[in-house]
Design a protein. Structure first.
Length: 447
């Protein structure tokens, strides 16, 4: 559907194998995945026109790179192209339809072939920026008039990880597994119960220096809720600079704001407008500019594209990639979208009920997952070519971190669970210098 009109109809198999309408083709081209990781995603320029604003011609004309004069003069009719597939586009009307279908369809295929090429990972030697050791965030459960502590919610339970400078670590797992709590604990927005967070070699827990607070910033999931609606863009960007004493006079701050707007691809003159005047993608750009305002080295991005449509998501992912290259930024990318992980991440940690159960390079975890939980997550990812592997269905819901299962937390949902799994938590087994997993299925953990 585009701008209030069905523009293409097909079976799932037909649509994935041979999308015909230029809009459908562009949606597929905007999807992130591993084969595109060394190139920008194709974002659709412009935005959807308001309903009723176009009364003549094809509603997609202004954004279509196949448009010609007829497209803006005459509204395309619905064309059946055979076997139940239909499309609203002049390219497929009248004589020669079959030839054109093949021509447009074959372009899609050649794009797909190019995408199927093996991804190349650049694993340059790099220095560690963030080192997290045995981090715990436990919340007390209190009851009664005296508010006696009767238990603990172990939201983060002994997490260790590292993020090198200029690299992206993706933290993946189901909602409620502790990902966001971990991100907030790194920023000290939630005080950790125990453990160590070292940033550029210096311990953060217990310290409260301005430079350290500036060095890590967060980009939130919801670009609508994360910006103060009563503040203009310039005020939003200036707020952090003032609080952290960055740029000591107003003129320098205004200059810095202009540079930030350039960096995130927004016009400088939007700085006097309010957040409600922007689309979701533009608001997320403003949120990224706000994070960059204090010159951080690490951005904690908490599902920053999950509220955006696929084309706007492509724009934001392109922006994050180019900012990383230009500014040598590191990202902790919290997400449940494994397609985004494939496109963006260098390393991956898989989190289940407060613990990291598998870690490795993106290639290792996504191509050769070892932990049954990672395998189940990956089996649920829809494939761009429409092919379906065997889906591993997880039984039951994520247990409560207030009452986690004994031993391996995943045991109640794991089809491979053994007696040993319910008794004690497996230690890490290394499959390579960078790939490790906590699971008794792999020899070294047994016993
Ligand atoms: S009718 Fe023209 S503008 Fe509309 S989708 Fe087809 S080629 Fe593009
Ligand atoms: S340790 Fe046992 S229960 Fe846990 S994931 Fe491995 S096989 Fe499954």
């Amino acid at each position: 559907m585009y701008a209030g009109q069905i523009v293409e109809q097909a079976t799932r198999e037909q649509l994935f194998a041979r999308p015909l309408h230029p809009y459908t083709q562009k949606l597929f081209a905007a999807l992130p995945h591993a084969a595109r990781r060394n190139q920008p995603l194709t974002a659709i320029p412009g935005s959807v026109p308001p309903l009723g604003s176009i009364t003549q011609g094809c509603r997609f004309t202004a954004r279509c790179d196949k448009a010609w004069s007829l497209c803006s003069e005459k509204t395309p009719d619905w064309t059946e192209v055979g076997e139940g597939q239909g499309v609203r586009c002049h390219l497929y009307e009248g004589q020669g339809t079959r030839g054109k279908v093949q021509e447009v369809g074959s372009k899609g295929k050649s794009e797909q072939r190019q995408d199927d090429s093996k991804p190349t990972l650049h694993l340059a030697p790099c220095t560690l920026l963030l080192q997290v050791s045995d981090l715990r965030v436990h919340f007390p459960i209190r009851k009664g008039v005296l508010q006696r502590e009767i238990g603990q919610v172990k939201a983060v339970d002994g997490v260790s990880m590292e993020i090198p400078r200029g690299r992206t670590l993706a933290l993946v797992g189901e909602s409620g597994c502790g990902k966001t709590t971990l991100g907030k604990a790194l920023l000290q927005l939630i005080p950790p119960t125990a453990g160590s967070v070292r940033f550029a070699g210096r311990e953060l827990i217990g310290a409260n220096s301005r430079e350290q607070r500036a060095a890590m910033q967060m980009v939130f999931q919801d670009p609508y809720a994360s910006l103060n609606p009563k503040m203009r863009v310039a005020e939003i960007l200036e707020e952090g600079m003032t609080a952290l004493n960055i740029e000591n006079n107003s003129a320098a701050r205004q200059e810095h704001i202009d540079t930030l707007l350039d960096q995130v691809g927004l016009a400088r003159n939007i700085k006097w407008r309010y957040p409600h005047e922007f689309s979701g993608g533009q608001r997320q750009r403003i949120a990224i500019a706000r994070a960059l305002a204090v010159s951080p080295q690490l951005l904690i991005c908490d599902e920053p594209t999950s509220a955006l449509d696929v084309s706007v998501q492509a724009q934001i992912l392109n922006l994050l990639k180019s900012l990383q290259q230009k500014l040598d930024l590191s990202y902790l990318f919290i997400t449940h979208n494994l397609a985004v992980v494939e496109y963006l991440a260098h390393e991956v940690c898989v989190m289940y009920l407060g613990r990291i159960v598998e870690r490795g390079t993106a290639e290792e975890v996504l191509r050769a997952p070892k932990h049954p939980y990672t395998q189940a997550l990956l089996s649920a990812v829809p494939r761009i070519d429409g092919a379906r592997g065997e889906r591993i269905r997880l039984e039951g819901d994520l247990p409560s971190p207030a009452n986690p299962p004994q031993g391996c937390h995943f045991a109640p949902r794991c089809s491979h669970a053994m007696e040993q799994c319910r008794k004690s938590y497996p230690s890490a087994t290394n499959h390579s210098p960078t790939h490790s997993v906590h699971c008794y299925l792999y020899g070294d953990s047994l016993g």
